[in-house]
Structures are given as C-alpha cells and as structure tokens.
Design a protein around this ligand. Structure first.
Ligand code: 7TS
Length: 404
C-alpha cells in the first residue's frame, strides 16, 4: 500500500499554487517532479565534493568518481544489465538514440531495411530517417490500429532477412499503449536484426529487465524517473557497444593520443567524451533509489487505480473521445472534447492551476492517423490523488461549458 500523504510530503513543488490555485500536476509524461532526496543530493554534491572525475588523485575527485560510478552500478542493477560498463550516461533519450543511430551508419548498407513503429516520438523517428538518408537504407513502418496498438500481424510480415534494425517504444508517450516488446525483440532476433527500445515513457511505471527481454539497446531519460534534466541512460549489450564506433571524440574517451593515431578507451568511456553531468548522474541514482523504495509494483497498481478512476469520470463527459484504448496502458489519457481545440482547454485548465499537455506531443504521425491536430493529455504519477482527478474533471467541465 502506498502512503500518499507521506509521498506528497517528499515533493516540495506539490505545495505551490499556480494562478492562485493549488497545483494539480498532470504533465508527468513530459517530466516527473523531483523528490527532496534528489534535490538534497544535488545540493550536497555542489556543497561538499564538486570535482572533475576519472582524472584527479585528490580526495574530492575520488569521492566524485566513486559516487558517479556507484550511480552507474545502481542503474545497472535497476535494469539488470550484465555489466556496469553496458550503462552509458548520455544527456537524455534523444542523445541516446542519436548515439546509436549515428553508430549504425558504418553498419548499415543500401538495400538494408530498418523498421520503426507508427507510435514513435519524433526522437525515435528523425535520427533513423537521417541514418536512412545517409546510407540508402529503407525505413519501414509497423502500422497501428484504431485502439492505438501496434498491428502485430503486419509487424510479423514486415520482418524479412533484409531487416537490420527495429526500434519501438516500450510505451507510447501520446497514448500510453504498452507495446509487446518481448514478441517484437524475439521476432527481430529471428532474422538477426538489432532492437532498440525507447523506454522514456515506460521507465516511470515499469522496471525493465534487459537480460530477460534480451534487448540490444534500451534508452530512457532521468528527468522522467524523479531525476534531473540533462541526463539520459543508454543500455547496450556489450557485443553491440563493441561494434559501434565512438559517437564523439575528446577527452576521457581515449586510451592514447598522438598526432598520427588515437586509440579509444574501453566501455563505457568510449562513449562518454568530455566532462559528463557528474552531479546529474549521481542524482539519477538517488531518484531510482527513491522510486525503488516505494516499489514499481506498488507504483503500477496505484497508478492503474488513478487511470481507471479518471477514465470512468472522463467518458461521462458529453462529446469526450479518448485516443488510445489499449488494454495494456500506463496512466496517460489523451482526449478531445467535440470540436474544441486542445490548446483552449489547456489554457483554461492552467488558469485553474491544472497542468496538462496539449498538442501533438512530438508524435505527429499518430495525430495524422486519427486526423486530428492534437489532443489534451493528462498523465498521472504515483504522487497524484483521486481528489486531484476530481478537481481536473470539474475544471474540464467548466472549460467545456465556456468553450462550447
Ligand atoms: N521518447 C519518448 C517515448 C518520449 O516520450 C520522449 C519525451 C522522448 C523520447 C524524448 O526524451 P528527451 O528526454 O530526450 O526529451 N517525451 C515528452 C512528452 O511526451 N512530453 O514532453 C516530452
């Protein structure tokens, strides 16, 4: 059982008001809020042991290096990676995907096929389009259904011996659909293709086991899992990370440098050129510890209760249509009411202190599929309450009345 009052005490921002009303924060799919333990870890780092890592003999540098590498081990354990050097720190999901897609430029050839899903965020579309433009490979799309699920029969047909890479999100940011990634990974592997799973929206709700999934790359952002902005995680199987060339050149990623030739450092440093976000990496580990102390099963059960409660209340509103009705979904509700523009609803809700996201959610192909410009998206987290859903629904009813 989750002690909601105690949990809410952990998040100072939840005490603030917006436009004179208590904040109701339902934009968790964009970024999660930050618990006090993470804020404290950031203050502690800069107050007591700020130093550059992996290079100093002095105590501060060693303390910072230890804390940063401990965070990597926490992340390894969280995702059940076989080795800590299979965890690469990046600046976010977008950076992680670009690192992998640019690495594949030397591994993909004209005539090869790469497969992505119709449910992707732009950051899991555009880098691969760029890869295809550079290499002459073909981009193929796994279609979606009206309920916002992937058409798995079409996927099975689309995988051929020409398929070299498959990239799919674990959970759709615009609809909340949980994709059957285990089946996708197994099918892709049957033709020797590598699989990248974008876990940006799954990791706030689900604890993935990368070895059980047998996934080749799994990526996510710290700022959606109670950590800071500017930190991303890239898990890569050692065999694939060894095959990929370095992404950026610079300090830290080398073994020896002469003007004639540079040799590269081993994993994970090969992909971590320059001074990283040291404090951010450490704080990411603290955020994961915090979420694990509540427990991902507890989080999922509670969030599912929020989702069910909110869905029941919303469908009772005249003219409201929910996009994304998959049986397996996270606590995300995308909707429109009649012909009212989502932006207008979002603006009125903001005046009432309620934060939702409106627009295409960086998933324009999904909006095109439904032939809509965008949606209102309410996304819940384990620190939200049923009372907040009541406030949101009452605010929405008021907005609809004003805008009809
Ligand atoms: N992939 C998915 C599935 C996402 O939801 C996001 C961010 C990204 C990639 C990119 O993550 P970043 O941390 O590199 O920016 N999604 C959202 C969202 O839904 N609203 O704001 C950001």
């Amino acid at each position: 059982m989750l002690d909601i009052n105690k949990i809410r005490e952990d998040f100072p921002i939840l005490k603030r008001e917006v436009n004179g009303k208590p904040l109701v924060y339902f934009d968790n799919a964009a970024t999660s809020q930050t618990p006090q333990v993470v804020i404290d870890a950031i203050v502690d780092y800069y107050s007591t042991y700020n130093a550059n890592i992996h290079r100093g003999v002095h105590s501060l540098s060693q303390e910072a290096t230890d804390a940063y590498e401990q965070a990597r081990i926490k992340i390894q354990k969280h995702f059940n990676a076989a080795q800590s050097y299979e965890i690469i720190f990046t600046s976010g999901t977008t950076h992680s995907i670009n690192l992998v897609s640019s690495g594949f430029e030397s591994l993909i050839n004209q005539g090869d096929e790469v497969l992505l899903s119709a449910l992707e965020h732009h950051s899991n579309i555009v880098p691969w389009q760029m890869l295809c433009e550079k290499t002459g490979a073909t981009l193929k799309v796994i279609p979606m259904t009206q309920s916002g699920e992937l058409d798995m029969a079409a996927f099975a047909k689309a995988v051929t011996p020409k398929t070299k890479l498959v990239f799919v999100n674990h959970v759709s940011n615009a609809l909340g659909t949980v994709n059957d990634i285990k089946t996708i990974i197994a099918k892709a592997h049957s033709v020797g293709a590598a699989v990248l799973i974008d876990g940006a929206q799954a990791t706030p709700h689900i604890k993935p086991d990368v070895q059980a999934l047998d996934v080749d790359f799994y990526v996510c952002s710290a700022h959606k899992i109670c950590g800071p902005t500017g930190v991303g995680i890239l898990y890569g199987k050692q065999e694939w990370l060894d095959k990929l060339p370095p992404y950026q050149g610079g300090g830290e990623m080398i073994e020896t440098v002469t003007f004639e030739k540079t040799t590269y450092a081993g994993l994970p440093h090969k992909f971590e050129a320059g001074t990283p976000n040291i404090c951010g990496g450490i704080a990411t580990g603290v955020g994961l510890d915090y979420m694990n102390s509540i427990g991902f099963d507890t989080i999922a059960t509670y969030e599912n209760e929020l989702l069910t409660y909110a869905t029941e209340k919303l469908i009772a509103i005249d003219g409201l249509k929910i996009y994304g009705t998959s049986k397996e979904k996270t606590a995300v509700i995308s909707f429109n009411v009649g012909e009212i523009h989502p932006y207008d609803i979002g603006t009125i809700l903001d005046k009432l202190g309620i934060a939702v996201r409106t627009g295409h959610h960086c998933a324009q192909p999904i909006m095109d599929f439904y032939k809509i410009p965008g949606t209102v998206r309410a996304s819940f987290s384990f620190y939200n309450t049923m009372e907040e859903i009541d406030i949101f629904v009452a605010g929405l009813e008021k907005a609809v009345l004003m805008l009809s």
